[in-house]
Write a protein of this length. Structure first.
Length: 82
């Protein structure tokens, strides 16, 4: 009778693990079905970064009068070695 007890415990553990796996699979499917169907193909562009190209970006302040002159003067003074 001692040998049957550990086997029963093992079966209970295995059943619990199988049930957990099944619940996890159902949760994943539910989450997947709730997600919006957004096209993620090669033409997809994230709206947050739309229009941004790799490399240095133009200054957003370039349209303000006198700002470009100040930036150019600052660049000239910082390029000189002490």
């Amino acid at each position: 009778m001692n040998k049957s007890r550990p086997t029963q415990l093992k079966r209970q553990r295995e059943r619990a693990q199988a049930e957990k796996r099944q619940q996890k699979t159902l949760r994943r499917q539910d989450t997947k079905s709730r997600r919006p169907d957004t096209p993620r193909g090669p033409g997809f562009e994230d709206p947050d970064i739309a229009g941004i190209k790799p490399g240095p970006q133009p200054s957003p302040y370039a349209d303000f009068p006198g700002f470009a002159d100040e930036v150019a003067e600052d660049d000239e003074t910082t390029d000189k070695e002490p």
